[in-house]
Design a protein around this ligand. Sequence first.
Ligand code: BMA
Length: 823
Amino acid sequence: MHISTSKLLLNGAWLFQPDWNSPNIKTLPKKLLSPDEWLPAVVPGSVHTDLMKAGKIPDPFVNENENIVQWIAEIGWKYRREFEMDREILSAPIIELCAEGLDTFAQIYINGKHVGETNNMFIPNQFDVKSLLHEGKNNIEIIFDSPIDQVRKLEKKHGKLNVALDSFRVYARKAQYSFGWDWGPKLATSGIWRHIYLAYGNILLHNLKINSDLDASLKEATVQVEAEVSCVAVKSIEWKITIEGPDYCSTVEIRSAAGKQDFQFKIENPKLWWPNGFGEQFLYNVKFRISIEGKVQIKIDKKIGLRRVELEREPENGGESFRFRINNVKVFCKGANWIPADSFLPRITKDKYRTLLTLARDANINMLRVWGGGIYEQPIFYDLCDELGLMVWQDFMFACGSYPEYEHFVANVKQEVRVIYRQLHFHPSIVLWCGNNENEWIWRQESGRPVGEMPGEKLFSEVIPNILFSERSSNPYWQSSPFGGEDPNSESIGNQHKWNMWSGWDSPTVVKDDRSRFVTEFGFQSPACLPTWQENIDAEFQNPQHRVMQHHNKQIKGSERLHHYIAEQLTVPDNFDEFIYYGQVMQAEALKYCIEHWRRQKFLTSGVLFWQLNDCWPVTSWSIIDSELRPKAAYWYTRRFFSPLILAHKENGKYLEFYAVNDKKDASAYELEVCKFDFYGESSVIYQSKTLIPANNSIPLVSFQQTNLNITDPSQQYIRARLIDGDKTLAVNRYFFKPIKNLCLGVPKLKTNLLTKSCGQWQLNITSDCFVKAICIKLANEQFQLSDNFFDLDAGEVRSLDIYSPDQTANLLISDISFQWIG
Ligand code: BMA
């Protein structure tokens, strides 16, 4: 990437209209727009959001509006604006047009002259435009071809490949989900989706690399800063590179001619970057300055983190381990898959990224997988992951299909991989590069032929890893997710996507026999939260099986599966609000069951990332946070089942065993207490003992023969295990002898009281006369935030929760709080 001295921003107000020469212009609804009409546009933006703002189309997320806006992707769009050039800018020896992201097939003109064309939305484009500009008013026009028309033509020319969903999508280096996914609408956008500007000056920076290396003893880090600069009419330049961090500051200054330079820094006893839950996320600032005659011309600040990443793959347990070691510590990866947070990317604010990623961190997540059907995320995403300790499994953007291999396509991919690597390589959060999502697995399943015969396979086995090697990437590279062994989705080698549950209709309980080494996908669907539906679906359609609701579940037979899984564990309510609540609890319970299994067999299994953290529109999907950032029941369960210390059970009809799973780096001695309960508060302690919980391990604590438990009524008795330290409960789990739907759950008489702790802070105490399953606390106003939700409450137990409001003057009354429970 080139970065020049100064910028003239071209963001902001533009104008747009259809490209009236588009081959499919007939699809444009009659009289909606006229050739002499230019509408206002916002850059960065997308044609869909611009049309919405102009009042020309309804919100595609509402009801079935998606269907009536399909014509937008069938035609091309023209964007234009004017800008002023003054003599000073024009006198700069170098003037480049930098478009950080054009979506996707674009022709660029300045003052009517062709500047260049683009065909990859993921990478920035730069053009020398000095000779095309003049003093005073200039204009720029960008014409986007219809993405659908383009990919149809390319597919016709190069052939149809074995691809899931619309096969032509693989011909565009464009976010694959925008062509429709099993959780996302078909809204193939066009537009200037990232910043656009003129960069001018007399100096260009090509390729700034910051490679850091931490030695095995963790006592010494080497940071190498490497850059190449070219300039016009300048004899010598001054380089100044500073690295400053906790207890460290060092600067190197030299004067030289333009060209390549590299600078080495040694940091003794560095402060390390750790994943969430393992320590702090120390970051060092790298300040890079290039000056000419004392005047700073290029100024770049980057934050880096020092950490060691190893992916251990050793013969083990009849297969091979797949295990991350970070700073020499084995890390069980707990996390989720990340998809783009909106169908309209430029709309995603920094706040939205911060909210979602902070929710992830607070849910004890330590790894996110940036899934290959979306985008290389915005810079803020990786900055936040660095800051929050979220490791990133970074896919390259290819998903669920074979990919073309013709020369132009491969060249495009090569450029993309190099540029993306250079943009992202210094982030400590990125711990693995992965070739694609499910391409090899799908090929193998559908063709029965070896992975090496898959069209496009060389991209993932040669092209990408060769570029990473030549760039000296120190992260592990993995060809695909899933991958490993002859069967790319093997349970004993590599990583797995576990879709026999949900997609294959298996019950979550089948996980009991699973011995996966690292699970990068599995999941269960649930509906979005009620207010999200109320904002996007008309009241008359708010019925789980209504056509409009089914339109908002994109999986084939998704709605059928949802009903099946709710019916398997719970009962299917007919009331809409209850259906949502039951659906969410079903998802949460199923995730809990599976994750506790995999965590219990730590480090046979060394990581589990569920599908999926977030959504891009209002939908019934596998997410745990809906598109409006409302946490579903599973979000609250995630905070608990991913806690550093949990109790998990193992049962085989004869025995019931409790395990402690500890992700902490220290061992501790706690009291284990196991009680037999009934739903109305009868309880007896059946085991009590002080137990040493070893560091970073999972161990069995106690095993009961089921017949010795003397359970007289399995439909209303259960076992509760707790780890306690004085009067503090550190971990709790319950074992029920029947599926929830077969339990005789009572109707609780809840007693609550609300105490004001300080301005904007309350404590809510809840107790019940009988056991309550997955109690949901609803607050009348969404500005109030809870410290916990959707938990089980034993009869007679007093639970205290915190409630906060960012608005210190807000008033909360007990009448603002209502409850929902299973039963
Ligand atoms: C996977 C993903 C996605 C998909 C999800 C749910 O396999 O990689 O392609 O959305 O499952 O079906």
